[in-house]
Design a protein around this ligand. Structure first.
Ligand code: G3I
Length: 469
C-alpha cells in the first residue's frame, strides 16, 4: 500500500471514530418518537444520526459558567477553541509553548465525548509580536516549527485542523491576501499543509476562510482553484472550512449548496466552521443546514458561540440561544433540518448543481531563460524536531538561467527522506539527488525556485551542490 493510500485510510478511520463517538453520545441522549422515525432532541444527537457533527466555538473562560456548560454539554458534539489554539495563545514567546487553556477545552470536550477541531495553525492575524516582526526564511521556519510543535502536542486529540486561515483577499481580485506569511513565498500554504501532515498524519487538514460562501464570488473561485490544484499535485488537503459569518454584508447566498457541492466534488470534506447570522433569522439558518444535509461530504456545522451574549458580535444576536439560554426560533429550524437529514451513505461524489470553473490550476510562473546553462547554486534551510525534519531547498540560477537543474547532497548517517515536493528524487539515504519537475526547471538568471523534502533522523550538515542544464 502506498504511503499516500495508507494516510488516506488512516484519516478515514479517524473520521469514522469521530462519527462513532458522536453516535455513542447520541445514543446516550434523549430521543423521542416522531411518527415511525426517531427524532433526536438535541443538535449534536441529531447531527450524529447522519454521521455529522454539530459544534460550537468555546472560550476557556466560559467553562466556569454553569449555565453555559449545561447548554454546551446537552446540545453539542463538537468543540472549536475560540481563541486558545491560535498562534498568540500557544506560542506567546518564540519556542515557548503554552497550552493550558487549550488543554482545558480539549479535556472538557473529550470528557463529554465531543470531538475537537483545531483552530488555527497559520494565520496572518493574532500573531504574537515576535512573529509579526519576522519575515523571509526566519518566518517560514518559525511557521513550520509552530505547526510542528502544536500539531504534535494535540496529535490524537483533534480530528481536524484549520491549517491555514483566511489567506485570500476580499473583493474581486481573487488574489492572495498580502501578509508577512504570503511575502515568504507563494508556496507557504502548501508548505504549511505538508508540515501539518508530517506532524499529525491522522488529522483532517482544512483550509478555512470567510466570504467563500457565494459560488460566483472571485474569492470563492480563487480558493476553489487552489484546492483543485492541491488535489491534482498531491498536496495533503482533506477539507475546506466555510466560516459562514452571515451579516448584512455577506448574506446567506442562494447558491450556497452549489458552493458546498462544488468543493466536495474536488474530493475534500466540507465543514461549516463559524456559522452565525445577523439577527438569527430562522429561514437563513434552515437553508444553511438544509444545504449541508444535501451534500454527503458536508460533514458538520459549527456555530460561533452558544448564546448571543457569548458571541463576538453579541450586538447582532446571531446565535441559536438568547442571553438567558433560551432556544430561539432559529434553534427549532436547525433541529428540524438536522432530523430530516439523509445519512451520507452514498459515495462522496455529489455533483455540483452548476458546472465548476474550467480554468486550469495555476502553475508557478516560469520565465524562460534566453540561454543556459549558466550554473546554479542551492541552499538548504531546516525545520527540525526530535526524530525528523523538513528541509526547504532554494535553487538560484546563475548568469544565464537554467533549462533544468539537479541538486545533490549527502544525508547524515541515520537520516532518510520520506517524501519530497516540487522535485523528482532518487535515493532516500546517503547520497540523494533531486531534479526539477516540469514546471520549475526553467529559471531566469538570478531568479530562484524552491523544493522541499521531509525526513526522519537528524538533517543537519547537508551541503547541496547544484548543476544546471
Ligand atoms: O482576553 C482579553 C482580555 O483580557 C482583554 O481585557 C480584552 C480587551 O480588549 O481583550 C480580550 O481578548 C479578546 C479576545 O477576543 C477574547 O475575548 C481580543 O481583544 C479580541 O480581539 C478577540 O477576538 C477574537 C477574534 O477572533 C480575534 O481575531 C474573537 O473572540 C473570536 O471570536 C474571533 O474569531 C475569528 C476566528 O478566529 C476566525 N474567523 C473570524 C472570527 C471572528 O472574528
Amino acid at each position: 500500500m502506498t504511503q499516500q493510500l495508507r494516510r488516506k485510510r488512516t484519516r478515514i478511520a479517524a473520521t469514522w471514530s469521530v462519527v462513532a463517538a458522536g453516535l455513542a453520545a447520541a445514543a446516550a441522549m434523549t430521543m423521542v418518537m416522531a411518527g415511525t422515525a426517531t427524532a433526536a432532541t438535541t443538535l449534536g444527537a441529531s447531527a450524529a444520526q447522519t454521521g455529522r457533527f454539530f459544534g460550537t466555538a468555546v472560550p476557556a473562560n466560559k467553562l466556569s459558567d454553569s449555565a453555559y456548560v449545561t447548554i454546551l454539554n446537552r446540545e453539542f458534539n463538537q468543540v472549536t477553541p475560540e481563541n486558545e489554539m491560535k498562534i498568540d495563545a500557544t506560542e506567546p514567546n518564540q519556542n515557548q509553548f503554552s497550552y493550558g487553556n487549550a488543554d482545558r477545552i480539549v479535556q472538557h470536550a473529550r470528557s463529554q465525548g465531543m470531538s475537537v477541531r483545531g483552530h488555527t495553525l497559520a494565520w496572518h492575524s493574532q500573531q504574537p509580536p515576535w512573529m509579526q516582526s519576522l519575515s523571509g526564511t526566519a518566518l517560514r521556519n518559525a511557521m513550520n516549527n509552530h505547526i510542528t510543535q502544536v500539531a504534535t502536542h494535540f496529535r490524537g486529540q483533534v480530528f481536524a485542523w484549520d491549517v491555514v486561515n483566511e489567506a485570500f483577499a476580499d473583493g474581486g481580485s481573487g488574489a492572495r491576501r498580502d501578509s508577512n506569511l504570503q511575502r515568504t513565498g507563494n508556496d507557504w500554504i502548501e508548505v504549511a499543509f505538508r508540515t501539518a501532515d508530517a506532524a499529525d498524519p491522522n488529522a483532517l487538514l482544512c483550509y478555512n476562510d470567510y466570504n467563500i460562501d457565494n459560488w460566483t464570488d472571485a474569492k470563492t473561485q480563487a480558493v476553489y482553484r487552489m484546492v483543485q490544484d492541491f488535489k491534482q499535485r498531491g498536496v495533503p488537503i482533506d477539507c475546506v472550512g466555510l466560516q459562514s459569518h452571515f451579516t448584512g454584508g455577506s448574506n446567506y447566498p442562494s447558491n450556497y449548496r452549489t458552493t458546498l457541492s462544488s468543493f466536495a466534488a474536488l474530493g475534500v470534506d466540507v465543514h461549516i466552521t463559524e456559522l452565525d447570522i445577523r439577527n438569527a433569522p430562522a429561514d437563513a439558518y434552515r437553508n444553511t443546514v438544509r444545504d449541508c444535509m444535501a451534500v454527503a461530504r458536508c460533514k458538520g456545522i459549527t456555530v460561533w458561540g452558544v448564546r448571543d451574549s457569548d458571541s463576538w458580535r453579541s450586538g447582532e444576536a446571531p446565535l441559536l440561544f438568547n442571553g438567558s439560554g433560551q432556544k430561539k426560533p432559529a434553534y427549532d429550524a436547525v433541529l428540524a433540518e438536522l432530523n430530516n437529514g439523509v445519512p451520507p451513505t452514498t459515495p462522496p461524489t455529489t455533483a455540483p448543481t452548476s458546472r465548476p470553473p474550467t480554468t486550469p490550476p495555476t502553475t508557478p510562473p516560469t520565465t524562460p531563460p534566453t540561454q543556459g546553462p549558466g550554473g546554479c547554486t542551492a541552499t538548504v534551510s531546516l525545520n527540525s524536531w526530535q526524530g525528523g525534519f523538513v528541509a526547504t531547498v532554494r535553487v538560484t540560477a546563475g548568469s544565464s538561467g537554467t533549462n533544468g537543474w539537479s541538486v545533490s547532497m549527502t544525508l547524515p548517517s541515520g537520516a532518510a527522506v520520506t517524501n519530497a515536493w516540487s522535485a523528482n528524487r532518487s535515493g532516500n539515504s546517503g547520497p540523494v539527488t533531486f531534479t526539477n519537475v516540469s514546471y520549475n526547471g526553467r529559471i531566469a538568471a538570478g531568479q530562484t525556485t524552491e523544493f522541499g523534502f521531509q525526513g526522519t533522523g537528524v538533517g543537519t550538515g547537508m551541503t547541496p551542490t547544484c548543476s544546471a542544464s
